[in-house]
Design a protein around this ligand. Structure first.
Ligand code: NAP
Ligand code: X1H
Length: 390
């Protein structure tokens, strides 16, 4: 069975054994309603936990988010209660804390988009797919917590709690679906990837290379440029030491065919000015603006119509939640590629940071700063809790 076996049903027997072996007073209450299974053995589920809550809307993560004590939530029918082991950091965590995702939502609300952990409780109908002790990865809200409840539909069974799985859920899925749906890559074309050594950029580089393209990737250090060579990038450009505009003009005078663009502002303008005839630019993000009050970064919009016309070029936006119909298939392809060693999934868990490994919920603050200081090589991941037996 594929380890992303959320398409299979009835994978394990119902948890009758757990139901008679539960120990705590709370579990007696659970049994009386019989709507969910909770595991209170050995390690026991505590009554309360710590979680990161957005209490004030701000793109400054430290200002917006505080760590609070809260009761460990109870999974409703169809839900899983997951003890988080690793959580993924996304550039857009600060768009979320700024309230940009849904301006009608007011604080307090929970932060964090994705995690990996152990199923420690489940609502009744989720037991046809999962059992206590399963390891799962999920793309869902409230991940920056010791325990998170997610719908079983948003979870994926994985073999072991390896942080590399966290690269697949958002970062690799974004690159895979955006390139499949919007890039229309042809062998021999030139692809420019910005923030190429980051969470999603590393996958855009690999998918473009797999399609037989010449790949140019931007980054901010020589160490990242060396990493880019190892994942197939033909021309890494450290934009701190080399002039991106003049390199593109000199080395790619015909222009680039496709741009996977994450930075915005000046870099977006340079990419637009260096597109080939029939070029396609995909707006994946514009991180250079996220920390500002508006979340935006000005671009040369006035010259955009003529630049597109002169090249018959197109610009499209891509936002992963709009492509959920492609998500399951993409994840099973990505998982298989990862399992067969065809995809390099690099994670950065802070081991080279002066303060060390991102361990514990409070490290999420440091991990967000680390990403916005441009220090990460690969996907930023935080280890929320060390491995524990159930
Ligand atoms: P990431 O690439 O792992 O980290 C961000 C990288 O951006 C840094 O390593 C740094 O790389 C650069 N950077 C950081 N702060 C910057 C700033 N203030 N100005 C300019 N560059 C900065 O992060 P990620 O989570 O994978 O996100 C990358 C981009 O993809 C973001 O724009 C994000 O919004 C977007 N994204 C979009 C979707 C979607 O559905 N559209 C999904 C996932 C991610 P350098 O060394 O290259 O400077
Ligand atoms: C419904 O579509 C969206 C799309 C983007 C709703 C919200 C957003 C959003 O908050 C984002 C966003 C999300 C993911 C990502 O990787 C990058 C970005 S940038 C962004 C945003 C930034 C500034 C704004 O004023 C509004 C949205």
């Amino acid at each position: 069975m594929s380890c992303f076996g959320f398409l299979t049903s009835c994978r394990r027997a119902l948890l009758a054994g757990h139901r008679v072996r539960v120990l705590s007073l709370r579990s007696i209450v659970d049994l009386s309603y019989s709507t969910h299974f909770m595991d209170y053995r050995a390690s026991s589920i505590p009554a309360s936990m710590r979680k990161m809550v957005v209490t004030k809307l701000s793109p400054n993560f430290r200002e917006a988010v505080c760590i609070q004590n809260a009761p460990v939530p109870t999974p409703a029918d169809g839900d899983l209660l997951i003890r988080n082991r690793y959580v993924g950091i996304n550039a857009s965590d600060i768009n979320y804390t700024a309230g940009r995702y849904d301006p009608s939502v007011r604080p307090p609300f929970d932060a964090g988009f994705e995690g990996i952990g152990t199923v420690v409780g489940l609502g009744l109908s989720a037991s046809s797919q999962y059992t206590v002790g399963d390891t799962v990865a999920y793309f869902g809200e409230g991940a920056f917590a010791e325990y998170t409840v997610v719908s079983a539909k948003k979870a994926i069974a994985i073999r072991t709690a390896r942080p590399e799985y966290l690269t697949l859920l958002v970062s690799a899925a974004t690159a895979h679906i955006a390139i499949q749906r919007l890039a229309k890559l042809k062998e021999g074309e030139t692809v420019l990837v910005t923030a190429a050594a980051g969470g999603t950029g590393q996958f855009a580089v690999q998918f473009a290379k797999m399609a037989g393209c010449h790949v140019v990737g931007t980054c901010s250090s020589n160490e990242k440029a060396d990493f880019l060579k190892t994942i197939g990038c033909d021309r890494p450009i450290n934009y701190k030491t080399e002039d991106l505009g003049s390199i593109l003009r000199k080395e790619y005078p015909r222009g680039v065919d496709v741009v996977y663009e994450s930075i915005g502002g000046r870099i977006f303008d340079l990419a637009v000015s260096n597109m080939a005839v029939l070029g396609r630019l995909i707006v994946i993000g514009f991180i250079s603006g996220y920390q500002s009050a508006s979340g935006l970064q000005p671009v040369k919009a006035g010259t955009l119509p003529v630049k597109l016309l002169q090249k018959s070029a197109t610009i499209s936006g891509f936002f992963l939640p709009h492509f959920m119909s492609d998500y399951r298939e993409a994840l099973s392809i990505l998982n298989e590629m990862f399992a067969k060693g065809k995809l390099i999934c690099t994670v950065d868990i802070g081991d080279l940071d002066p303060e060390g490994h991102f361990m514990g919920l409070e490290s999420v603050y440091r991990a967000v700063d680390y990403m916005y200081a441009g220090k990460n090589l690969g996907k930023v991941v935080v280890e929320v809790s060390p491995h524990s037996k159930l």
